[in-house]
Design a protein around this ligand. Structure first.
Ligand code: KG4
Ligand code: ZN
Length: 350
């Protein structure tokens, strides 16, 4: 089966073709127009998607070495995301499916992230074997879920305030770093000392209010943000400048240690031996290293997406469509946008 995937939920315009479960093309264009504003400007994002969608989809089909007429299904992100941005990809995908007289599959962006670690493992047309705990960490979401063999999943924890990516981006902005600050902190932290300053680790065994932590898999990063801001306000600009790498490493360590501790204890509590990480923040090198170390210690296997599949991409959209169709899901002729849908039908809230 040849599946075209389209992703436009935020600031990446992407098209990908999956042929018989293998990714044949994955074209991603990241919008740079938001850098000046320190965050994604929704109207600019929609306009950029509108400008690029035809050429990106065209490039994805051309690179895959099949023709449009050989496509069997088109899948696109239907939410969650910025409404205008999602609409560009969703309407384009439905129009194209209608014109080619082939079915259309709406995909939940977060669900697509959850299954993205399995793209690189050459099993993209099959469900992962056995249950796993998923840590989905992006600019908009921080979720811990238990995922069953039949693709259904139970959300057992989520952020009470900021997402992990937001914590990177907002604290990075305080340090004067450009948006998105996550990858910049990652790079900067390589030369820094993570023990330089101990920032708070909310709702964990290391937090001052650790009594509130007992099988609580929710996250909170707004306290970290406040703590970084008030601490920075007490330092001189010269001190901050000369210790930027140490501060970046300390912020990163605070975020990473919370993510690792919660994920491992969630897997332990649910007697699950497999962990998967996904979303933009899963590209973080310190997180990958620390999670691998913790999984090895706990006798768990770790699945992580290849770097290109961590951040937003259409290969994950096509992959989940393939997985769903292989599980008997019916494709549709049309679908309404669901910009605020956090989770698609089938997800069970804990
Ligand atoms: O999944 P994604 O591309 O888009 C959303 O759906 O949000 O995630 C983007 C987020 C941004 O907050 C960005 O700073 C963060 O992922 N990110 C990283 C790294 N690469 C991307 N955070 C930490 N370290 C990285 N290497
Ligand atoms: Zn995403």
């Amino acid at each position: 089966m040849n599946i075209l995937g389209i992703e436009t939920s935020c600031d990446e315009t992407s098209g990908a073709v999956l042929c018989g479960g293998q990714v044949c093309s994955n074209v991603v264009s990241s919008q740079r127009c938001h850098t000046l504003f320190g965050g994604v400007v929704p109207e600019l994002a929609s306009r950029e998607h509108e400008r690029l969608i035809v050429s990106i989809v065209d490039a994805a089909v051309t690179e895959s070495n099949i023709t449009k007429n050989e496509l069997d299904v088109i899948a696109a992100t239907a939410g969650p995301g910025l409404i205008g941005a999602v609409m560009v990809g969703l309407c384009f995908a439905q129009g194209m499916a209608y014109a080619l007289n082939i079915p259309f599959v709406p995909i939940n962006h977060i669900e697509a992230h959850i299954f993205s670690p399995f793209i690189d493992e050459g099993r993209s047309d099959k469900a992962p074997e056995g249950a796993f705990v998923s840590l989905t960490v992006s600019g908009g979401h921080t979720l811990l879920s238990v995922v069953a063999q039949d693709l259904s999943y139970k959300v057992i924890g989520r952020t009470l305030d900021d997402a992990a990516g937001e914590a990177f981006d907002k604290t990075g902005k305080m340090l004067g770093l450009p948006y998105p600050a996550g990858p910049v902190i990652d790079k900067l932290a390589e030369k820094g000392d993570p023990a330089f300053h101990q920032f708070p680790r909310a709702l964990t065994s290391q937090s001052q209010t650790s009594k509130s932590y007992n099988g609580n898999f929710d996250f909170s990063f707004s306290g970290l943000k406040t703590s970084v801001l008030t601490w920075l306000q007490k330092q001189t600009p010269e001190f901050i400048e000369s210790h930027k790498a140490d501060i970046a490493a300390s912020i990163q360590d605070a975020i990473v240690s919370v993510l690792v501790e919660k994920t491992i204890s969630a897997a332990r509590n649910n007697r699950i031996k497999a962990v998967a990480m996904a979303g933009g923040v899963s590209a973080n090198s310190a997180l990958r290293k620390a999670m691998k170390k913790a999984c090895d210690k706990a006798g768990m296997t770790l699945h992580v997406p290849g770097a290109v599949y961590s951040t937003d991409n259409a290969a994950m959209i096509a992959t989940l469509a393939g997985l769903k169709l292989s599980k008997g899901m019916k494709a549709e002729r049309s679908y309404n946008i669901a910009p605020y849908a956090s989770f698609a039908a089938g997800a069970r809230k804990a």
